[in-house]
Design a protein around this ligand. Structure first.
Ligand code: GLU
Ligand code: ZN
Length: 276
């Protein structure tokens, strides 16, 4: 079966070096295997999504040379209700308030047997560790209970990313998920959702986490790491790739096509990588 990967940006913040590392990794992986690459906008949380940010992300991706083969429906145009119905015997309603949950860490499943008829919809995680297989890091045993039963639909009716990303990858026929290492352990929860939907999970590959000079995960507060800032400063896409490709284990080239020929997931450093 041929490989289908995806770029799945969330239009809540502009593209920065951390996203570029993950998206570059997804692009290289799909290209190096002769696979297809989809683009999907992850705007299920419409309160955080912004149209101008979405446009800037697409512009940055093109400027970087990260072209996709096909654009699939954005999350705002999808209906997740039937999928929730399919999971009905694995879910329950949770009425815990934010204040009640504060300080508890992972959700302890307090409402599992309460029989509530309103509130957020949570997925009842089966017991046991998951063998998360990452193409760069190998096997890793993770207990999804460290995250607690995930919310699939919030109390306000908004479907959660947790459900949307799994359903979308399933519907879109995605066979490999490549993304940032911040989601590495959370993969265990998603594997459980794939299983509950009766489907075979995709393969997983997590690109190193990129930290700012302050040692924190790159975010909006690190303006100089934004690709827009690079472009405005007169830098080229090759300048970006000269910096980023070594973070994906590829030295001595700033050319994406050349990099695809040399791409090897096992050469990707575990990270995290701190930017200067
Ligand atoms: N939309 C997520 C992000 O922008 C990626 C989710 C995923 O790749 O599974 O970080
Ligand atoms: Zn609860």
């Amino acid at each position: 079966m041929s490989v289908t990967g995806r770029l799945a940006p969330t239009p809540s913040g502009r593209l920065h070096l951390g996203n570029v590392t993950a998206f570059g990794c997804a692009w290289l992986s799909a290209r190096s295997s002769g696979g297809r690459l989809l683009l999907r906008i992850e705007d299920v949380d419409s309160g955080r999504a912004r149209a101008d940010v979405e446009a800037s992300i697409l512009e940055d991706l093109r400027w970087l040379g990260l072209h996709w083969d096909e654009r699939t429906a954005p999350q705002r145009d999808r209906d997740y209700e039937p999928w929730l119905t399919r999971l009905a015997d694995r879910t329950y309603r949770c009425t815990c308030t934010r204040a009640e949950l504060a300080g508890l860490g992972a959700y302890p499943g307090r409402c599992r047997d309460a029989g509530h008829t309103e509130g957020a919809v949570r997925f009842r995680l089966p017991d046991g560790e998951v063998d998360v297989v990452d193409r760069a890091r190998g096997h890793r045993r993770v207990d999804p209970a460290t995250f607690g039963d995930p919310v699939l639909r919030r109390r306000d009716g908004v479907f959660a990313y947790n459900l949307a990303v799994v359903v979308d990858d399933l519907v879109d026929g995605v066979t490999e998920v490549v993304r940032g290492a911040d989601l590495l352990d959370y993969t265990a929860v998603q594997v459980r959702l794939w299983e509950a939907l009766g489907a075979t999970p995709p393969t997983w590959l997590h690109a190193p986490l990129i930290l700012g000079p302050d040692g924190r995960k790159l975010s909006k507060s690190h303006g100089s790491a934004e690709i827009g800032a690079w472009r405005e400063a007169g830098r080229t896409a090759r300048d970006v790739w000269r910096l980023v490709l070594p973070w994906l284990g590829i030295e001595g080239t700033d050319d994406l096509e050349e990099a695809a020929l040399r791409f090897d997931p096992r050469a990707i450093p575990a990270g995290p990588i701190t930017t200067g």
